[in-house]
Every structure is written in C-alpha cells, then in structure tokens.
Design a protein around this ligand. Structure first.
Ligand code: TXA
Ligand code: MG
Length: 349
C-alpha cells in the first residue's frame, strides 16, 4: 500500500494548524478525502454536499452504502442546509453537549445527498470538539460527512498511524493531530421526537442524556422491530480485531494461567492479554488498561490495533466492572466479537 500524504496539525501551534487546515480545505473543496482527528476517533471527511465525494468515502472504506454517515458542522448555527428541523430536544442536547461526542439524528435537509444518509429521511449531525476538526470545518466552510477512518468492520483509528496503516493512499491527505482523547465513537441519539432514542452508546452516557432531555431515553433495539435490515449502527462484529477475544473473570485466573503456560492448551499463537491487572498471567502481548471508563476508552482501540500488529490469533480480555458508565465500552467489546471463556474450553478441550 502506498503512503498517503501526512501533514502534522499540532493543536498547540496556531500557524502550522492553520496551514494544515487550509490545505485540507483545498482538498475537500476539490472533492477529495481528508482523514482528520476528532476527539472520539479519526474521521474520513468529504464535502457533505458533493455526492461524488461522498461516494469516494464508501469506496475507500469498502463500506456498504446502506450505512449512513455523520455530518460534522461547526455548531448549531451551521445546521441550515443540513437538517430540515432542529427539534426542541435537539436544541437542548446540543446546548449541553456541543461541541462534543454526541451525534443527533434529525430530519434531513433537501440539499444533503441520498448517499450521505443512505436514503433515510434523517441525517446524523455532530459538532466535534477537537481543535483540528474545528479548524478544518472553519477553513472549508462546508459541512463534512465523515465516518470513522477505518475499513468497514475493522477497528476505528485513534492515531494518524492507524489511518495510514489501514487506508494507505485511498485517502488524499491525513492530518496528524496526535492520539484521540476520548477514544471511542460518539453517542448517537435520535432527536426527531420528544423522547431521545439511543442508537449507539458512546462517551456521553445515557444518564447524562436523560438528565438534559428531562424525559426517559429509549433504546434502539426496542423500536427496531419492524426494520427490514439491521438498524444503522446495529451491525454486529463491527469494530473487530483479527484475534478471537475471550472474556475472563477473577475466578478464571488460575485456569487461564495454566492455559497460557507452554505446557497448557494448544492455543493458536501469539496470544494477547488485555487486563486491568496482568500480574500472574503470561502472554505474548500483555496490555494493561485503567480500571476507569474514560481511560479505558482512550486506550481500547490502540490495544486492539496492537493485537493485530502483533499478529495475535487469540486474546483474553478481563471482565469489565459492573455499572452503566461501562456501557459503551461493553458495546464495543461485544461488537469486537468478545466471547465467553467457556466457548474456548469446548473448542480446545
Ligand atoms: O465519533 C464519531 O461519531 C466518529 C467521528 C469521526 O465523528 N464517526 C463515526 O462515524 O463513528 P461512523 O460512520 O463510523 O458511524 C456512524 C453511525 C452509523 O453507523 C449509524 O449508527 C449512525 O451513526 N447514524 C448516522 N446517521 C444516522 C441516521 N440517519 N439514522 C440512524 N443512525 C445514523
Ligand atoms: Mg465506524
């Protein structure tokens, strides 16, 4: 794979940031693709008003066109021409959480091409908080359609290197703004009605959404009963590394350490481990993540990318603590194909 052009876009160096944003804006206005950092994950951006440019996103990702994209804007004042209506609920949520990791699904404006919203009457919109994303949006003066900058079904990128490794020169320009601070994708909420509907859990928790909305939130699974195809974002095995992932709890540590021993079960090697505390466990690649959801989210995708880079066939993932603040992380691990350790035993023994 040939290298794309990569430009440093340091948020703490205004002159270089402005130069990088101006170059990105020129590529975007010409119908090109730019990978750029947001606070959640890196996005693969194109002019949301240019149907041909948007088609290039789907081609670069190998993504089926029934999966809608998120349109990024500078803020609530930039929604004219993107959405047909800003509901009172959307106004409240945007006032509380924008710029930030919250995507609002709203009725689509006529000027947004079908390709952006996969033909749905609605469109997802978000104002990112990352200074590089904001600088590019301001310089381009356009709404930018941007999904996560990963090939379809692979792990989302949280560094410019992840994008380069996965997409190569299928993207015209990569802006390197360092590692993403949040690390998992935005919370997606349908705000077309009076009650928020959670379509994808994310960095902003369901409880915080309910508090601002002032009404209980519903969950997408409960309303998707008559859908002809999986609701957008509900596709299983979505953010997956190549390794098969098995969950282990504190009661499994003894069994796990004997499985991992050279004389243990004949596992496909190399073997990876993602744990809060890896003491007493030996694996080919040991990754420790903090026992705190924001820190865990920040490190999760880099850890999954590391498993791929090390060629891990199998990896063991320590059970998450209970609590709703872990909901989005549990969702991503489930979509990464996490299975119970019991399933490994029946296969291997
Ligand atoms: O944090 C993020 O949201 C990142 C950064 C780049 O902003 N973007 C991202 O985009 O994760 P993507 O394309 O990988 O995920 C977009 C998801 C869709 O899969 C779907 O779940 C939801 O957003 N979505 C977008 N438009 C929608 C719509 N009109 N109706 C329902 N869901 C929609
Ligand atoms: Mg994605």
């Amino acid at each position: 794979m040939t290298m794309p052009r990569v430009l440093p876009a340091p948020a703490d160096d205004p002159a270089r940031l402005a130069a990088a944003a101006a170059e990105a804006a020129a590529v975007l206005r010409a119908g090109g693709l730019v990978a750029l950092p947001t606070e959640t994950v890196y996005g693969l951006a194109a002019n949301a008003l240019d149907a041909a440019a948007v088609q290039r996103i789907y081609a670069a990702k190998g993504r089926p066109s029934y999966n809608p994209l998120i349109v990024h804007v500078t803020g609530i004042d930039a929604l004219a021409g993107v959405v047909a209506d800003v509901t009172p609920l959307a106004r409240r949520l945007a006032a509380a959480f924008w710029p930030g990791p919250l995507t609002l699904v709203l009725p689509r404006a006529a000027g947004i091409p079908d390709a952006v919203s996969a033909g749905l009457p609605t469109v997802g919109v978000r104002a990112p908080a990352h200074p590089v994303a904001q600088a590019v949006l301001a310089a381009a003066g356009l709404p930018l359609a941007a999904p996560s900058a990963n090939p379809f079904t692979r792990i989302s990128p949280t560094s410019a290197q992840h994008v380069v490794d996965a997409l190569g020169d299928r993207v015209d320009l990569v802006l390197d703004g360092g590692a993403c601070g949040v690390g998992i994708e935005s919370t997606v909420v349908d705000a077309t009605g009076e009650r928020p509907v959670l379509l994808r859990p994310g960095a902003i928790g369901a409880a915080a959404i309910e508090r601002v909305a002032g009404v209980p939130l519903t969950r997408a699974a409960a309303v998707a009963g008559d859908a002809a195809r999986p609701a957008p974002g509900m596709i299983e095995r979505h953010y997956a590394p190549r390794a098969r992932l098995y969950a282990f709890g504190s009661g499994d540590r003894g069994r796990l350490s004997s499985m991992l021993a050279p004389s243990g079960v004949a596992l496909d090697r190399p073997v990876g481990l993602i744990a809060f505390d890896a003491r007493g466990l030996v694996a080919d690649l040991v990754l420790e993540l903090p026992r705190e959801p924001a820190g865990y989210a920040r490190g999760l995708y880099a850890a999954l990318h590391d498993l791929d880079r090390a060629g891990c066939a199998v990896a063991f993932v320590e059970d998450l603590p209970p609590g709703s603040e872990w909901e989005a992380i549990a969702d991503r691990l489930r979509r990464a194909g996490l299975q119970s350790l019991g399933e490994l035993r029946t296969k291997a023994w």
